[in-house]
Design a protein around this ligand. Structure first.
Ligand SMILES: O=C(NCCNC(=O)c1cc(-c2ccc(F)cc2)cc(O)c1O)c1cc(O)ncn1
Ligand SMILES: [Mg+2]
Length: 214
């Protein structure tokens, strides 16, 4: 049977990227998705904004919702200082299998931990299962319809603290209107939109950065 898009992306990484070199994994994926086959990675343009938010924050505990092929896990993981950890949740087992290989090829298996399952099931168990108190940084890039429910769950589970930064991908395309309305209206958040483009295209998209005020 035919290979899947994530499997073809992984083959490009294994054929073309340097093992243990996150920068080369990122550039191979971006070149492949721009020139051969589009894929829903956050990409280089929005990735540059993601990099600047992470670098400025220098977080110790990071949560990513929606791993897909592991591109943003590698982007974030490469910037974390020793001792810092990224926990990334992926529901789709086929995506998770590819992402584990991409994260390992980048040499980030000790920094990035991939957990398979639904975010709604895992969020209430993160504290007792992984000994996490609160997150410094959260990147939302999974089901767009799930963004709002999941941040409300994170609030309920007291996994946010004063100053926790949430960065949400695709708030314009495909869009997350209920999430945007909530973070922009709620007194619990200070929110700002970073205008950009849908990965590897000219269509508008952007990232919403929301600081939890607690
Ligand atoms: O779809 C699941 N995850 C991907 C979420 N991400 C996206 O959907 C996504 C989509 C797009 C996108 C934009 C324009 C377009 F024309 C087509 C797709 C871009 C992005 O940057 C994304 O991040 C999923 C499945 C499942 O069974 N269980 C849990 N999650
Ligand atoms: Mg996305």
């Amino acid at each position: 049977t035919r290979t899947t898009r994530p499997q073809r992306l992984l083959k490009a990484v294994q054929d073309r990227a340097i093992r243990g070199n996150p920068k080369s994994v990122i550039s191979v994926i971006d070149h492949y998705c721009r020139n051969q086959e589009w894929a829903m990675n956050v990409g280089d343009e929005k990735g540059f904004i993601l990099d600047s938010v992470v670098s400025e924050l220098n977080p110790q505990t990071v949560l990513e919702l929606g791993t897909y092929c592991g591109y943003s896990a590698v982007r974030i993981g490469r910037l974390l200082h020793s001792g810092a950890r990224l926990l990334t949740l992926e529901f789709n087992p086929d995506y998770a299998a590819v992402a584990r290989e991409v994260i390992s090829w980048a040499g980030l298996e000790n920094t990035v931990q991939l957990v398979e399952g639904a975010s709604g099931d895992w969020i209430p168990r993160l504290r007792e299962h992984f000994g996490i108190h609160t997150f410094d940084f959260i990147f939302l890039d999974h089901w767009k319809e799930g963004y709002l429910a999941d941040i409300k769950l994170l609030e309920e589970c007291r996994l946010l603290r004063k100053g926790t930064v949430l960065l949400a991908d695709n708030v314009v395309c495909p869009g997350a209107p209920d999430y945007l309305e909530y973070v922009r209206k709620s007194p619990l958040y200070d929110s700002r939109y970073f205008k950009s483009h849908l990965e590897y295209t000219k269509a508008e998209d952007g990232l919403e950065k929301s600081v939890y005020l607690g």
